[in-house]
Structure formats: structure tokens, C-alpha cells
Design a binder for this molecule. Sequence first.
Ligand code: NAP
Length: 222
Amino acid sequence: MFTDQTVSVVIGGTSGIGRAVVSALSARPGTVHALGRSTGLDVSNPAAVARAFAALGPVDHVVITAGSQAPGGSLTALDLVAAKAAFEVKFWGSVTAVQAAAPHLRPGGTLTLTSGFLARRATPGTFVKTAMNAALEATVKVLARELAPLRVNVVSPGLTDTEAYAALPAEARQAMLDRARATLPVGRAGHPDDLAKAYLFAIDSGFVTGAVLDVDGGALIA
Ligand SMILES: NC(=O)c1ccc[n+]([C@@H]2O[C@H](COP(=O)([O-])OP(=O)(O)OC[C@H]3O[C@@H](n4cnc5c(N)ncnc54)[C@H](OP(=O)(O)O)[C@@H]3O)[C@@H](O)[C@H]2O)c1
């Protein structure tokens, strides 16, 4: 139940999937805070994250989508410093945000994290994403027990057309989307709004906790 007093926070809400969640939540009563480095919050800085939640006061729903970048390529050629930096943002940043947010969550509150389909798909050259997303999916199940009756879930997106791919040359980005069209059972890549629905489902569904919600166009069965 959303009221004018409901407070939601989306870390990563300044772009892509997180921004679509902000927009969906903004259609409901209450306040939505979209946070990211561009609004002054870096999840790899635990003191800053703790300060941000202390300043916000009581909150109802926290969504974390921060951290879409990770180095690819085979392990033999991998830049381990970059790999650890990716973990620092996505895995440890998510854990940091949960630790900072949990004491401020009102009864009935939710935390919804983000993993990715590579967590359970063995694809050469992607082990950093596989490892950090799998770690998050395992962690969420433990946190859902530790923090109960707060509910903790994770949404696992498939390929979704967002700013995360802005650095790709236009042709490579188009080729990636064409591949999704050709190979995914749903015949297309995801749109941020497809994903936003899953975060709202996790927030709204009082019987769902410790769940991994696959919203991937069928990537794991293709
Ligand atoms: N798009 C896909 O195909 C796909 C597939 C599988 C999984 N995912 C996962 O879905 C999530 C969202 O991806 P997206 O495609 O929406 O990415 P995106 O458009 O690049 O958005 C990432 C968001 O994270 C924020 N962010 C990045 N580093 C941060 C930091 N250190 N501290 C705070 N905020 C930070 C960014 O905001 P600032 O720049 O303002 O910091 C931005 O709002 C990610 O976890 C990604 O791994 C995406």
C-alpha cells in the first residue's frame, strides 16, 4: 500500500533500469529518491552511504541497480584490478547499501537488488559478471532470512537496452540487439520498463522474499 508518506530510494535511479523503476514508482503516492554518483552518492563509499540513509530517515522501499560495468575477456588476459573494482561497486556496493538502509526501513519494508542472467549462464569471457551476480543471488537468500520480516529479493535482468552500452560503437550495439532478436525466445532485447515491472512485483508481493526474479526474455532457456 503506497501512501503520501511512502518513501522509496533507488540507488542507480539516474539511468537505465533504475530510472525506469523511479518513473514507475513516481506514478504512485509518496516520495522517490533517485541516487547515484551524479547526485553525489557513490556506493563504494560506505561512510557516504550510511550518511545518506541517516539523512533520509525512515524509508519503505530500497532498490539497488548501481554498477553495470565489468571487464570482460578470458581470465588469462583479465585486468584483475578492474575486476576487483567492478566487485567493489556492484557486489560490495549493494551489500553496503543494504547494511546502511536496513536500520531505517519501516515495518513492511523491502530491499530489491539486481543481479543478471550471466549469474547462471556459463559464457566464456564473462566470469566477472557471472561471479558478482551469482554472489549477489546467494547473498540475497541469506539476507532475506537475517532481515526478516523485511523482504529481500533480487531481479536478474537479461540483455536490456540501456545507457550501460553507450560506450559501444553504434554498429556493435545494433549487432548485439539483432542477436537478441534472433536468439531469445521473446524475439527482442529487454526495455527498462520490462524490468521495472519486476521490481514493482517484488515490492508489492508480500509473500515473496529471498527470490531471484528472472526477467531475461528467456535467455536462460535459449
Ligand atoms: N542492461 C543490461 O543488459 C543488464 C543485463 C544484466 C544485468 N544488468 C544489471 O542491471 C543493473 C542496471 O543496469 P543498467 O543497464 O540500467 O545500467 P546503467 O544504465 O549504466 O545504470 C547504472 C546506474 O548505476 C549508477 N552507478 C554506477 N556506479 C555507481 C556507484 N559507484 N555508486 C552509485 N551509483 C552508481 C549509475 O549512476 P551514476 O552514473 O549517476 O553513478 C546509473 O544510475 C546493473 O546492476 C547491471 O549489472 C543489466
